[in-house]
Ligand binder design. Structure first.
Ligand code: UT7
Length: 330
């Protein structure tokens, strides 16, 4: 059977590091609060770079690792919550930046679940035979839509900027994406949202949007937390069942990096070891939305945590609400 597998990954974070101590200087917060509540120690913020700048660096690394040139890409899937422009999307812009005009590209706006939704589309594209070499890009510039005053502290301290790109290809052997499950529930849309666009120069910004703070990301953290710790284990079990894999056979679980306490709760509910099985690198990057899972996967691979033939589970939960999980045989 023709299956889709992840052939290579590239990642890029902007060089500017923002520590918890740096945030203490601009708002009423503390390093201790941020570490205890979220596990985050620092994150990266852009300093003039835009979403496709980060995406380009990550894509170049992924393509090089796959032994490909941009001309080999059949289709781009681009996940972001903060495009370079309000429209058009970053997918088409990447065809320009990679020098491959004419290549099909689509954008998805599935927030923290963007990587999972991207995998789901890539899986269908490849299994159906429609495309062979898919470049799935997740790139997030969130710092431009965060309120770095005390009023925005419950959200601003959590998010970071970053990008990852994966090359997804077909294979006839037994590795690859065994199951991808996705869900959404718009009843909770207003629990984590950015009501109006605020990034870069755009004609949609009005005085009202600015005065009412509609351009900032806002979150009902407690409700998001409550749903996250339930939905993560549920959807992971669903994906395992669909792939007919026992959780005891899973080598590594990479949840979306939203909060170390959520990751700990997920490990506990699934009865899996936080350090040996459930991966976290949130201390270095904060929550990079749809880029967080592939960035974590990139680092887990570099740390030798996954070998050919191992079972990997990736899972997400975030704005929408949206959530999903995938079982991958590496
Ligand atoms: O990727 C999308 C998914 N996102 C998530 O999954 C995030 C889910 N939610 C969370 O991770 C947590 O709810 C937070 C980290 C956002 C907050 O943690 P919490 O334990 O739920 O704190 P809280 O909202 O209950 O706030 C506790 C206190 C409040 O003060 P009072 O009302 O008790 O006096 C807040 O005002 O902490 C205060 N607070 C802060 N203090 C210092 C909120 N933000 C900060 C801050 N620094 N940055």
């Amino acid at each position: 059977m023709r299956r889709a597998y992840i052939d290579s990954i590239g990642m890029y974070v902007p060089p500017k590091v923002v520590t918890n101590k740096d945030l203490e200087k601009v708002m009423d917060t503390s390093d201790q609060w941020i570490r205890e509540r979220s596990g985050i120690q620092e994150r990266h913020h852009v300093d003039g770079e835009c979403t496709t700048d980060l995406a380009l660096k990550a894509s170049e690394e992924a393509l090089e690792k796959a032994g490909m040139t941009a001309e080999d890409v059949d289709h781009i899937i681009f996940s972001t919550m903060a495009g370079d422009y309000f429209f058009p999307g970053c997918g088409p812009i990447m065809t320009k930046r990679l020098g491959i005009p004419g290549t099909p590209a689509l954008d998805i706006r599935m927030a923290c679940s963007g990587f999972l939704y991207g995998l789901s589309i890539a899986k269908s594209f490849i299994e159906s035979g429609a495309y062979n070499n898919i470049l799935l890009i997740t790139s997030e510039v969130q710092s431009v839509a965060l309120d770095f005053t005390t009023a925005g502290r419950d959200t601003a301290v959590l998010f970071g900027d970053g990008a990852a790109a994966t090359v997804i290809k077909p294979t006839d052997d037994d590795r690859g994406l065994m199951s991808v499950i996705t869900h959404s529930d718009g009843r909770y849309a207003e629990d984590l949202m950015q009501r109006a666009p605020s990034t870069y120069d755009n004609p949609f910004l009005s005085h009202e949007v600015i005065d009412k703070g509609y351009g900032w990301v806002t979150m009902n953290g407690r409700n998001v937390f409550k749903h996250a710790v339930t939905k993560f284990p549920q959807v992971i079990n669903e994906a395992l069942e669909d792939a007919e894999i026992d959780k005891r056979d899973v080598k590594l679980v990479i949840p979306h990096q939203a909060n170390l306490r959520i990751t700990e709760a997920v490990a506990k509910r699934l009865d899996l070891s936080l350090h040996d099985v459930v991966y976290s690198n949130i201390h270095k990057y904060g929550n990079t939305t749809s880029a967080s899972i592939p960035i974590a996967l990139y680092e887990a691979l570099a740390e030798g945590k996954l070998n050919r033939g191992d079972y990997l589970v990736v899972a997400s939960f975030g704005a929408g609400f949206t959530w999903g999980a995938s079982v991958i045989k590496w």
